[in-house]
Design a protein around this ligand. Structure first.
Ligand SMILES: Nc1ncnc2c1ncn2[C@@H]1O[C@H](COP(=O)(O)OP(=O)(O)O)[C@@H](O)[C@H]1O
Ligand SMILES: Nc1ccn([C@@H]2O[C@H](COP(=O)(O)O)[C@@H](O)[C@H]2O)c(=O)n1
Length: 308
């Protein structure tokens, strides 16, 4: 199957704004925000940005990785600022698998991988039966403002403390994962483009588009083996919340994507995405990534926090 590739559209600057509280207003506001961005992209070049409005290739910001907490990291120049690549798509579409394929090619020094899922709200104050009843596919179930803050901080060269989420207990672990900036920030999540501020924070937006039946089969297997569920609970959750929320929020957000990858591990699409991302790396890192073997099917697993 061939990839459908759309032109990479305008880059946007990260703004920490409050997310819209009213889901009712979401549709109009989203459209307005997207139109604003498209209009902004046609207003000539911004210094330090290329003709697409994306930050130009430049020196890596790896020095931020070794910064001691007491030091003040050097603020990356416009040309050095991390590129945020958003990967959205329905549950089981292959977001994590695609992210890992990209990460394995670009290398750990050049890329960090953050899951919106890590920002699910902690439900440890509820009884375990009550937690399982929560609608985890509605945008309100996630602390998206915290993710926005983290993306903005990473773009400024600061490390962040990402929560570690446990799908079996529907709660956050006591520990957090310290994540330092890298030139490419991959961030994935079903609702990434359904939240206007998060969509706006992504310089490149990729939607992994996989048919519902395949996604359900994958999810059934995964949730039983990795997330402590039974077939009955997966089916009930899917019909009661996952499917309706997908139709209400996830599927409509596809139109905000710059690139749509059909069925996930589409090697033609992946190679094009990787080539584009390599162009943001300094020459030595880009050459090393380009010399790596073409994308193969990585062992799909499902981290709930961050990996690189
Ligand atoms: N192209 C694929 N072919 C077969 N199985 C896949 C493929 N992509 C993902 N999977 C499987 O589907 C499950 C969900 O994939 P994952 O990448 O975690 O999706 P998402 O992050 O979108 O929920 C994984 O457990 C993985 O084993
Ligand atoms: N406690 C939780 C939190 C989330 N989910 C489900 O995870 C799905 C998103 O993750 P993917 O890797 O599948 O994209 C989402 O559909 C939630 O229903 C959960 O089951 N329990």
């Amino acid at each position: 199957m061939h990839a459908r590739l759309a032109t990479v559209s305008a880059a946007v600057t990260v703004g920490i704004g409050t997310l819209l509280q009213s889901r009712q207003a979401h549709g109009d506001s989203t459209s307005d925000a997207m139109l604003d961005r498209e209009n902004a992209s046609t207003n000539g070049h911004t210094p330090g940005r290329d003709s697409f409005g994306l930050p130009k290739s430049g020196a890596p910001i790896r020095e931020a990785k070794s910064v001691a907490p007491s030091d003040v990291p050097r603020r990356p120049s416009e040309a050095e600022r991390p590129i945020v690549v958003g990967i959205a798509g329905g549950t089981g579409s292959g977001k994590t698998t695609v992210s890992r394929a990209i990460a394995s090619r670009l290398g750990r020094d050049n890329l960090i991988h953050i899951a919106h899922d890590s920002y699910y709200k902690d439900l440890s104050h509820l009884a375990i039966e009550e937690r399982a009843q929560v609608n985890f596919d509605h945008p309100d179930s996630l602390d998206s403002p915290l993710l926005l803050q983290h993306l903005a901080a990473l773009k400024e060269g600061h490390p962040v403390q990402v929560p570690i989420y446990n799908y079996s207990t529907h709660s956050r672990e006591a520990d957090m994962q310290s994540v330092s900036p890298a030139r490419i920030i991959l961030v994935e999540g079903i609702l990434l483009f359904a939240e206007p501020e998060l969509a706006k924070a992504c310089d490149i937006k990729i939607f992994v588009d996989t048919e519902a039946d395949l996604r359900f089969i994958r999810r059934l297997r995964r949730d039983i083996t990795e997330r402590g569920r039974t077939a009955e609970t997966v089916i009930a959750q899917y019909t009661e919340t996952v499917r309706p929320m997908h139709n209400e929020f996830v599927e409509p957000s596809k139109r905000f994507a710059d690139i749509i990858i059909p069925t996930g591990l589409n090697s033609v699409a992946l190679e094009m995405v990787i080539a584009r991302l390599e162009s943001f790396l300094p020459p030595a890192a880009a050459a090393s990534a380009a010399a790596a073997p073409p994308t193969t099917t990585p062992t799909p697993t499902t981290p709930c926090a961050v990996s690189s």
